[in-house]
Design a protein around this ligand. Structure first.
Ligand SMILES: Cc1cc2nc3c(=O)[nH]c(=O)nc-3n(C[C@H](O)[C@H](O)[C@H](O)COP(=O)(O)OP(=O)(O)OC[C@H]3O[C@@H](n4cnc5c(N)ncnc54)[C@H](O)[C@@H]3O)c2cc1C
Length: 415
């Protein structure tokens, strides 16, 4: 047995934020990592992606400089009246960075995706990850670590990290029947170019350093925030789904007319922004996913296995802005657990990962669903809102100040 015997050959399925972050975490932990993505990234689209300190913590752990992704640092959460845009409430993030160690970043999804890809494959600690594009996995066998791709490539590994997203192929292949239902909400995403907003003399929300919400007490909610050094303003518009939306899936092209029609009586200043300078308008149908029975599987002798990660493990409503951050936490957990610190088998390490991640993400999933129609449930406001049972509250301290390593250390003692 060599001293490096804990080092694994790792395959990551999926090159989204979950896949890239887990690849980087495993690279930093000393493993050999290959990433397989079904597409070529050229069709990448995206809007703002807020990253609370529980995500920033892990970026820092992996040596990622988040400022290279041109984040806006969020200082406030602002509630506005649906019809008039009048400010109804402000949750100041105040000494957020001092308290939780890292700022509340707001990235453009494309920027943070690109940056993570560079860190995975570029110079730095650990062996650069190999990235294979246009490799769609069609078969996963955790017993032998075998993966087969649509282009006939076949390979094996010690550990498969299935970060293959909400429509994961891996789940059914490891015996989990995906359980989800149509939500009665849909979402349209629209972007504005700050320069154009100013040129046209329209209301400029780019300098408020905030996520701003209109509505949020029903299915109807607008979530607006600046990203990419304030150069882009991103808006997610949630509304009551129509039967026709059911036929659609995600990332469908949508029109300004469709958006305005679905947001009746909305603040005229926002409507003007939509109609005069909105671009890249996409629509998503939202789904409610049940928590999974398990996240991991190992072979009989405990030497190989698979771990679900990110949306493949815990797809959630976007209303807590925690989906990608939870994937960063998953990645952080894997990197920490699969480091040389723990003298455990692959099977035991996978168990530890599940013990750590499942309760936490299940709670966030549930709170995200409740927040779909109640903005008081959103972390920040949920700490103070009186209409939430104490046991249901997902407080900002609990989410943003999470000490996962200590929790894993505790759990490891029980193995
Ligand atoms: C409207 C909206 C707003 C959001 N805002 C936020 C936010 O502000 N903050 C936040 O933290 N989260 C947010 N989220 C959630 C976040 O986007 C997701 O949780 C996160 O992107 C999931 O990353 P992932 O890598 O697990 O999955 P994905 O991003 O879906 O990546 C999966 C990857 O796997 C690939 N793939 C799939 N199948 C295969 C296969 N068979 N073989 C190979 N590759 C495959 C896909 O092509 C894709 O690249 C939001 C979500 C939505 C819908």
């Amino acid at each position: 047995m060599t001293t490096d015997s804990w080092k694994l050959d790792v395959i990551v399925l999926g090159g989204g934020l979950g896949g890239l972050s887990s690849a980087l975490a495993m690279r930093r932990a000393g493993h050999k990592v290959r990433i397989y993505e079904r597409y070529d990234f050229n069709g990448e689209v995206g809007a703002s992606l807020s990253c609370a300190s529980n995500g920033g913590y892990w970026l820092n752990e992996w040596g990622v400089d988040p400022y290279k992704a041109k984040p806006v640092i969020l200082k406030n959460l602002i509630r506005r009246d649906w019809k008039t845009g009048k400010v109804n409430g402000i949750y100041p993030l105040g000494d957020y960075k001092e308290k939780f160690g890292f700022p509340y970043f707001n990235f453009h999804r494309i920027d943070i995706h690109r940056l993570l890809k560079e860190y995975c494959t570029g110079e730095g600690e650990g062996k650069p990850c190999e990235l294979f594009l246009n490799h769609k996995a069609i078969k996963v066998d955790y017993e032998s670590g075998y993966v087969e791709f649509e282009n006939s490539v076949k390979t094996t590994a010690d550990l498969i990290i299935a970060a293959d997203g909400i429509r994961t192929l891996t789940k059914p292949q490891i015996g989990i029947e995906p359980k989800f239902r149509n939500s009665d909400s849909s979402c349209i995403r629209i972007l504005f170019d700050t320069k154009k907003v100013r040129e046209l003399g329209l209301k400029d929300f780019s300098n408020n350093e905030a996520i701003e919400y209109w509505g949020g007490e029903t299915k109807y909610k607008i979530v607006l925030s600046p990203c990419a050094n304030n150069e882009v303003i991103s808006c997610y518009c949630f509304y009551k789904a129509h039967e026709t939306d059911v036929k659609n899936d995600w990332n469908n092209d949508a029109s300004v007319e469709q958006l305005i029609e679905n947001c009746p009586d909305l603040d005229p200043e926002l409507v003007e922004l939509f109609s005069k300078c909105g671009y890249d308008i996409k629509q998503w149908r939202l789904y409610v996913h049940e928590p999974l029975p398990y996240f991991v599987k190992a072979n009989e002798n405990g030497t190989k296995g698979v771990a679900l990660l990110g949306d493949a493990a815990h797809a959630m409503m976007p209303d807590q802005s925690q989906g990608a951050v939870a994937a960063f936490e998953d990645a952080g957990a894997l990197g920490y657990i699969f480091s040389s610190k723990f003298d455990l088998t692959v099977e035991q390490k996978l168990k530890l990962y599940e013990l750590e991640r499942k309760p936490r993400v299940t709670k966030i999933q549930a709170a995200s669903l409740r927040a779909r129609e109640n903005l008081n449930e959103r972390i920040g406001w949920s700490s103070s809102a009186s209409d939430i049972k104490p046991e249901d509250k997902l407080t900002i301290d609990e989410v943003c100040g999470y000490d996962m390593k200590s929790h894993i250390d505790e759990l490891a003692k029980g193995l």
